[in-house]
Design a protein around this ligand. Structure first.
Ligand code: NIG
Ligand code: FE
Length: 423
């Protein structure tokens, strides 16, 4: 029998570990993953053609290229469902202020925080922002992340928000990572509208949102719903307008104070409710009923030195399908590694190995409306695979502080191979 020519065979793995399916895996199903010892994968034309033992696949297929996993574990490419990667300038000074006891909200109220990054973005040219973003996308990819949700939100004028979203669009056109763009004009009240929040809300509603929707620059709209930024009524109005214009809604809720944001996310039919440090039982119930995806950021309270953490375990026990994300941004989490997030999801929430893996792959992909295409290693899905050096998926959360990524396959193509070796 003539063997079928294919683009790529990934072989030599100790195991292949993946959740299965196209929808989010909720509650106890998060812990059920498929583990194939010595699993290999055949890829062609960007997609996964077959999974099985190497010997079986070699009988059927003649690969043009082979990638040796050298005894590591194959995992689905990681999906980061919450990031803020379009920024210029860093905020290590605020990090140190917090080490000395300052709180995030105090720093923000004194004109630091988000607003200091807004200055950086307004002063940066498109080319500068794009170069910074491309470097960050490289780092995501080298850490095994093959898809990122990415928010604007450090421009806060119509022109600077559009600039940020266009930079995301241009980066997506030239970088292998898949980018899911989110408009976050309602991230903070900009300094020129200090004390006149309603004027800024009107700009978001009447100017920014229609332009963003018309130019199809974002799939989602997000609002930072907090006591010191946008209250629940502002968040409701902005989200409804976004929905009328065809955008989905993801929300920053119940992060620093208990505002009932999870209930609002449920009322609005938001796709995701993110952070959730202060969510209560009623909020969880409302989210479960409405099918809102919790997107948790376990590093953020640690980075901010806030003691309140999201009830990760309770969310799973309530039958929800949490995703874990980095929240990568210069203020509240300057960190891009989803393996690290899986470790902290384990240590802080008690997520088991399989739950953590599901949370950074399929559940994250499903929360971005991409569960049918991404998030698992299954026949027909896009060929996004993270080749690690881990002996099993159980090492993903267990090993901290280093990247386990040996190679990354994106859309069926090898886009990264680790070459560093001690000389
Ligand atoms: O998700 N909460 C709002 N936004 C970010 C922080 C952004 C910043 O501090 O620059 C967050 O934590
Ligand atoms: Fe965030």
């Amino acid at each position: 029998m003539q063997k079928q020519a294919i683009d790529l065979l990934i072989h030599g793995a100790s195991e292949l570990a993946t959740p299965l399916g196209t929808g989010p895996r909720a509650g106890s199903a998060m812990d059920e993953i498929h583990v194939l010892e010595k699993g290999a994968v055949a890829l062609d034309q960007g997609r996964i053609l077959a999974c099985g033992l190497e010997s079986e696949l070699r009988e059927l297929y003649a690969p043009t290229e082979c990638l040796d996993a050298e005894g590591g574990t194959l995992l689905p490419g990681f999906v980061d469902a919450h990031t803020h990667p379009v920024f210029a300038g860093t905020r290590e000074g605020e990090f140190e202020q917090r080490l000395a006891g300052a709180r995030y909200a105090e720093i923000a109220a004194a004109g630091g925080g988000i607003l200091s990054t807004v200055k950086g973005v307004r002063n940066a040219s498109r080319e500068e922002l794009l170069a910074l973003l491309l470097d960050r996308l490289d780092r995501f990819l080298m850490l095994g992340t093959t898809t990122v949700e990415a928010k604007s939100g450090y421009g806060l004028t119509t022109a600077d928000e559009i600039k940020s979203l266009e930079v995301l669009r241009d980066a997506a056109a030239s970088h292998p990572i898949d980018i899911v763009p989110t408009f976050l004009g309602a991230h903070a009240i900009p300094p020129e509208h200090a004390g006149e929040k309603e004027r800024y809300v009107q700009i978001v509603l009447q100017e920014m949102l229609p332009l963003v929707a018309e130019a199809k620059l974002a799939e989602y709209c997000d609002v930072f719903a907090e006591a010191h930024t946008f209250d629940l009524e502002d968040t409701r109005r902005i989200s409804r307008r976004a929905q009328e214009l065809g955008l989905g809604v993801r929300l920053h809720v119940d992060q620093l104070t208990p505002l009932g944001g999870a209930q609002l996310a449920a009322e609005l039919g938001a796709v995701s409710a993110d952070h959730l440090e202060w969510v209560d039982g009623q909020g969880m119930e409302a989210m479960a009923e409405a099918g809102v995806a919790p997107v948790l950021c376990p590093l953020v309270p640690l980075f901010l030195r806030e003691s309140k953490e999201a009830p990760g375990r309770a969310l799973i026990d309530a039958g929800l399908a949490p995703a874990l994300s980095t929240d990568f941004n210069p203020g509240s989490c300057y960190m891009q590694s989803l393996p690290e997030v899986a470790s902290w999801g384990a240590l802080r929430y008690g997520f088991k190995a399989a739950e953590g893996l599901t949370a950074i792959t399929l559940n994250a992909a499903a929360s971005l409306g991409r569960g049918a295409r991404l998030g698992t290693i299954e026949v027909g899905k896009q060929g996004d695979i993270c080749v690690t050096d881990l002996p099993s998926h159980r090492h993903l959360a267990y090993e901290l502080g280093r990247s386990p990524v040996r190679a990354v396959v994106k859309g069926g193509r090898v886009v990264f191979r680790r070459t560093d070796r001690v000389q």
